[in-house]
Design a protein around this ligand. Structure first.
Ligand code: GUN
Ligand code: ZN
Length: 427
């Protein structure tokens, strides 16, 4: 079937509603017309029905929103989610590096990649920027599994020549493997590549320099790393790079700060860093669940707004404690509250969809359910639990959306559709 239509309640926020209050697009009785996986029309059913009278229509019960875009997540960490007791640096040593060492086995990587992408789909997530491990075949495993599901996944071998035994590459092998992977995966399916130094502390100066060269040589890739997450980490970066102006400046000196740079966290950013992010077009994947779990702190939405740098939302599993971008949006509200900022539910939905898509430079393809974009969407059920049903009965759209963010999670995802095909169905 090449043309199909979906009738139901349609909601999307293709632009930041803080900058453009008209950004919220809502059709209580809407029609989404899809041809070969691409949205060709979207609007009120009454307006569009005559034009598409011959197209078969599926009725979808629930709130249809763009598929979620997770701007920062680690697939090898899914089985170490909920690891007790440590903050970032000790948590990495005690829980995470041992888990990542197991990815020396390609067979293990295949099993986890499969489970990981299924879990994304169960949670309504259709696109993601993903950390694999240092092993080149961990990228192959993820991309093979994403290709089979037609998912929009961006990833790239982790560079970490100062990593622990079994997880350390070298500046040369990191460069060679990255080049090979870029050549192998370029322009395949809906995949994208990201040059991925883990963070400043696990790469030598020589490797950070290589990462900068790779980014300069391949203008179509992203740069993906961690920034200013946890106070002990920041102190260690300050000690090693004593002459840098701040943490971001370390990356800047190696050519790693630009419009296609995605930094996870940015919980503790000096204003200089925030202004520099804005000036270069770089942005932050905000990860509130992880920041709470590791005791890192609360992202400063007020500073982000004042300085005007890009933002998106990430779960950061396994430091993040949920795959649900809906629940993560609710935690972003709570993190904003901790800093005295009121995050609007429509803006939180934007962050989880088109905001993240913008950060990942895929906003022309996904995130808004606009004509010309790929038909990736989730169908939300605001009666998924007895409490949600009580809270949302007769409520306004904003209240229903907020209740879904605060009370909802994977249980509230009725279906997930990829390029107009049902990829996951709860019942
Ligand atoms: N910083 C460096 N590596 C990691 C990681 O795996 N998770 C988080 N949250 N921060 C990091
Ligand atoms: Zn992370």
């Amino acid at each position: 079937m090449t043309v199909q239509a979906f009738r139901g309640e349609l909601l999307s926020v293709p632009r930041d509603p803080q900058l453009d209050p008209a950004a919220v697009r809502y059709d209580a009785d809407g029609l989404l017309v899809v041809e070969q996986g691409i949205v060709v029309a979207r609007g009120a059913y009454a307006d569009l029905a005559p034009r598409f009278a011959s197209v078969p229509v599926s009725h979808l019960r629930g709130l249809i929103v763009p598929g979620f875009v997770d701007a920062h997540i680690h697939y090898p960490q899914m089985d170490r989610i909920a690891a007790h007791g440590e903050q970032l640096l000790d948590w990495l040593d005690r829980h995470i590096f041992p888990a990542e060492q197991a990815f020396a086995s390609r067979a293990h990587a295949d099993v986890v990649a499969d489970a990981f992408l299924n879990e994304l789909l169960r949670n309504g997530t259709t696109s993601a920027l993903v950390f694999p491990t240092v092993h080149a075949h961990s990228v192959d495993a993820l991309f093979d599994a994403a290709l089979a599901r037609q998912m929009r996944i961006i990833s790239g071998k982790v560079l970490m020549d100062l990593g622990p035994a079994g997880l350390a590459d070298t500046a040369q092998s990191g460069r060679d493997e990255t080049e090979t992977l870029i050549a192998r995966w370029r322009a395949r399916g809906r995949l994208g590549y990201a040059v991925t130094p883990r963070f400043a502390l696990t790469s030598s100066d020589a490797q950070l320099h290589v990462a900068g060269q790779l980014v300069a040589d391949h203008p179509d890739v992203l740069m993906h790393t961690h920034l200013a997450e946890n106070l002990r980490e920041i102190a260690a970066v300050g000690e090693r790079f004593a002459d840098a102006a701040d943490y971001l400046d370390v990356y800047d000196r190696f050519g790693l700060v630009g419009a296609r740079s995605v930094f996870a966290h940015g919980v503790h950013l000096p204003d200089r860093s925030a202004r520099r992010l804005a000036e270069t077009g770089a942005g932050i994947a905000v990860c509130p669940s992880s920041n709470l779990f590791l005791g890192s702190g609360f992202f400063d939405f007020g500073q982000a707004q004042a300085c005007g740098f890009r933002t998106g939302l990430g779960t950061d599993v396994g430091a993040g404690t949920t795959f649900s971008m809906l629940h993560t949006a609710g935690l972003a509200y709570q993190a904003a509250q901790a800093r005295g900022v009121r995050l609007d539910p429509f803006r939180a939905l934007w962050l989880a969809t088109a905001g993240s898509a913008g950060l990942l430079h895929i906003a022309d393809r996904v995130g808004g359910l606009e004509a010309g974009q790929e038909a990736d969407f989730a169908v939300l059920d605001d009666t998924a639990t007895p409490l949600l049903a009580r809270r949302t009965a007769g409520a306004s759209l904003a209240d229903r959306l907020f209740a879904l963010q605060i009370l909802g999670d994977d249980r509230a995802i009725r279906q997930t559709w990829i390029m107009g095909q049902c990829a996951w169905n709860r019942t």
